[in-house]
Design a protein around this ligand. Sequence first.
Ligand code: FES
Length: 203
Amino acid sequence: MSTGTDVVKPAQEGNGWEPNILAFCCNWCSYAGADLAGVSRFQYPPTVKILRVMCSSRVEPAFILKALREGADGVLIAGCHIGDCHYIDGNKNAQIRINNTKKALVKLGLDKRLRLEWISASEGLRFSEVIKDFTEEIKKLGKNPVNEPQIMAPRVTPLEGVSTHAPQGKRVRGVENPQGFGNDERRLIASANKSAANVQGSE
Ligand code: FES
């Protein structure tokens, strides 16, 4: 019986652990590719939950951190091939932003859990292969260590309807961080967002 504090080691044969992968798929290519994989009955493991976004550039570093923080063992961002983005350069900006996020995740030891792929609407087979390959990679890494209580400090979430400010305007102890991110994660978000802003501003 699990005590909730068990450390799951990298997948070993027979332990039955399957990773949780969150895939952000752009509406115009990769989501259609996932759909085609289903219609074509290309097999892939049921480890992936798909979230449709309008463009890969819609995925902010904070989304990735939130997913990793809240149970994802891997995060996949899938968009149109370079040159095919419905919003012209959205995927180029996404590439720079995700690469910067990946670099920043090195500090947290989570960089291998983030992957960016280009999958077109006609690449159902490629979608299934990417999912299979990423699943195997995450299995080798094992469960996301962020979920292990001995590594992460307890999360403090403000109660609904309760202000995070004391009546005199002072911060209430313990709820300074309503989103549940630590200082390292906040710095990471800031640096990845700044890089993305610089890229957009220089074009
Ligand atoms: S619309 Fe697909 S990546 Fe931009």
